[in-house]
Ligand binder design. Structure first.
Ligand code: SF4
Length: 334
């Protein structure tokens, strides 16, 4: 596999997140051709048989029993450079084989996260998962990037809000009816240009970021679908000419969002009040059930594109990133 995009093993509030790398069984790869996607046509194509062999080798790699697993739970992300729920990209036979192989691991995960666009998540698929009687929860991993007008335009995901709502409502109704726990991981990108025209406006950047994510949480938490939010700072790619996102503002924003999740009134940290966020709901600390349905992670351990400067920055902010991944708060700046 091309060495441009790799997701490292990560430890967060849900334990150790491991990754199963598959390839894409559809010639032409993912049928969506998002403007900024770096996954090239056919780059990861593989036959169904080859992918099955790959499943076996990936499962073998993951089936280890180190001392670390005594301390942490485990979750597994399935990544196939596209949509793991689209039978054209990962055939049903391989998907079933994979999920049962995971079920048979010596250390079972608490959840399996499948990268996919919402368009491939439907009732038939959910029935299929239920029929397998798996002991772990299934999450769908959706690359939202941003719900701001600027963000949707930059990333060419103009109808992502509608797609997101459709998927969320399907899972909400299904969970309610079947007492199931299908959840969603939402991946948001942090790029100052989503919120400001001039990067010198540090406080406006933090404000825009916090507003976007807290408004999202307020809208979707405690509605019967467990949500996890993965925040990625933007790092420069060949296709997108923006500079790397400033980690100082990213960390400050994420720390404020973490405080919001922990039940603090966060307006005191912001230049302006966020009027659209219903802080009433947040005056009382969230109940355990609500907390289970709202989580936040920072996925900055994902690597592959970073420059030297970026790596240095990651070292500098490592303590903060770790704290947020574990659901803890530190001062906004060191
Ligand atoms: S849906 Fe995901 S994998 Fe497919 S083109 Fe868009 S960003 Fe790339």
């Amino acid at each position: 596999m091309k060495k441009t995009f790799q997701l490292k093993k990560r430890i967060d509030k849900k334990g150790i997140r491991e990754v199963i790398y598959l390839k894409n069984e559809r010639k032409g790869g993912c049928p969506f051709k998002c403007k900024m996607c770096d996954i090239k046509k056919q780059c990861f194509y593989v036959s169904k048989n080859e992918n099955k062999k790959r499943i076996i080798s990936e499962i073998t790699k993951i089936d280890v029993k180190g001392p670390i697993y005594k301390k942490y739970d485990r979750s597994i992300l399935i990544y196939n450079s596209g949509n793991a729920t689209n039978p054209e990209e990962l055939c049903t036979e391989n998907l079933k084989f994979l999920l049962i192989s995971i079920e048979n691991l010596k250390i079972k995960p608490l959840s399996v996260i499948m990268s996919t666009r919402g368009a491939f998540v439907n009732k038939k698929l959910l029935d299929f998962f239920i029929g397998l009687k798996l002991s772990y929860d299934i999450f769908f991993n959706l690359g939202v990037e941003s719900l701001t007008d600027k963000g949707k335009e930059i990333y060419g995901k103009l109808s992502i809000q509608e797609e997101l709502d459709k998927e969320f409502n399907l899972l909400r109704r299904y969970n309610l009816k079947n007492k199931s726990n299908f959840g969603i991981v939402y991946n948001f990108l942090f790029l100052p240009e989503f919120f400001v025209d001039n990067r010198k406006n540090n406080e406006d950047i933090i404000y825009g970021f916090v507003k976007e994510i807290t408004t999202f949480i307020n809208k979707y938490y405690n509605k019967g679908v467990e949500i996890r939010i993965n925040l990625h700072p933007f790092y420069q790619t060949k296709k997108l000419k923006f500079k790397n996102a400033p980690l100082r503002e990213f960390i400050a924003g994420a720390m404020i969002i973490q405080r919001f999740i922990n039940g603090e009134n966060i307006n005191k940290f912001l230049k302006r009040k966020i009027s659209s966020v219903d802080f009433l709901k947040n005056k009382n600390p969230l109940s355990n059930k609500q907390k289970k349905q709202t989580d936040i992670f920072i996925g900055v351990q994902d690597y592959g594109y970073e420059t030297k400067i970026w790596k240095k920055e990651l070292k500098k902010w490592g303590k903060h990133i770790k704290a947020i991944n574990e659901g803890k708060c530190l001062p906004l700046f060191p």
